[in-house]
Design a protein around this ligand. Structure first.
Ligand code: ATP
Ligand code: NCN
Length: 208
């Protein structure tokens, strides 16, 4: 049985915050690997005008994940899924011997109630939320917490997550990392050009 954390994201671009929470989650949850699922398109960011092409976001994720037990994948392209609930159902079917836990930052918990089938997601896999600077209050006051709160597990039992009955939610507080892709894009709007060269040599995302 492999214990896998899944961090879905736009990775527009990937940054050290993604790497930091993934490595910390590996320790706190006793994971064998974290899979970064580079999203073909976050359903809630469809109208955002500054989403780089998947290939550039994927290449940035590969670079940021280097030499760590982090597997970068664009499997949602192959699965034909955009919504996390559909991805998770398919991944569980495809990999019945793996145990999955969904990872996200506390900014995403704040808007989790807007995700398609979010209660179903919580019934399919445990959820681990990493604190993010500035989102403590929003996360605790999140509309989804009205329902999820009763399923919170103590962080000091996080290693036992494969034994938990679902729904199960654990709030993890790693060393806070203020990095955000929004800020990186503002500082370097042409970031994706740095990955064009690399893409020429490395065009096809490996599938899981
Ligand atoms: N610094 C961070 N600390 C904790 N979680 C983070 C951090 N950065 C990103 N995450 C989490 O990683 C996942 C993927 O994040 P994403 O690719 O959207 O990066 P982002 O920095 O939040 O991007 P953007 O600023 O464009 O919204 C999300 O669940 C997000 O909450
Ligand atoms: O399924 C949904 O309705 C849904 C709505 C918003 C975000 N998500 C997923 O949440 C993950 C984080 O997205 P992002 O853009 O905040 O990095 C990514 O895997 C998205 O596909 C999923």
């Amino acid at each position: 049985m492999n214990r896998i954390g899944i961090l879905g994201g736009s990775f527009n671009p990937a940054h050290k915050g993604h790497r930091a929470i993934s490595l910390a989650a590996i320790d706190a949850l006793g994971l064998d690997e974290v899979w970064w699922l580079v999203s073909p398109g976050n359903p809630l960011k469809e109208k955002s005008g500054d989403m780089a092409p998947l290939a550039a976001r994927f290449a940035s994720a590969r670079k940021m994940a280097r030499y760590a037990p982090i597997r970068v994948s664009a499997i949602e392209v192959r699965l034909g899924t955009r919504y996390t609930v559909d991805t998770i159902v398919k991944l569980r079917r495809l990999y019945p011997k793996n145990r999955f836990i969904w990872l996200m930052g506390s900014d995403n918990l704040a808007q989790f109630d807007r995700w398609k089938g979010w209660r179903r997601i919580a019934r399919e896999v445990p959820i681990a939320v990493a604190a993010r600077p500035g989102y403590d209050h929003a996360a605790l006051a999140a509309p989804a917490m009205g329902w999820l709160r009763r399923f919170i597990r103590p962080a000091n039992q996080a290693m036992r997550w494969t034994k938990w009955r679902m729904p199960a939610l654990v709030l993890l507080r790693f060393r806070l990392d203020p990095t955000s892709a929004t800020r990186l894009r503002a500082a370097d709007p042409a970031w994706q050009l740095r990955f064009v060269e690399r893409l020429g040599h490395d065009p096809e995302p490996p599938t899981l």
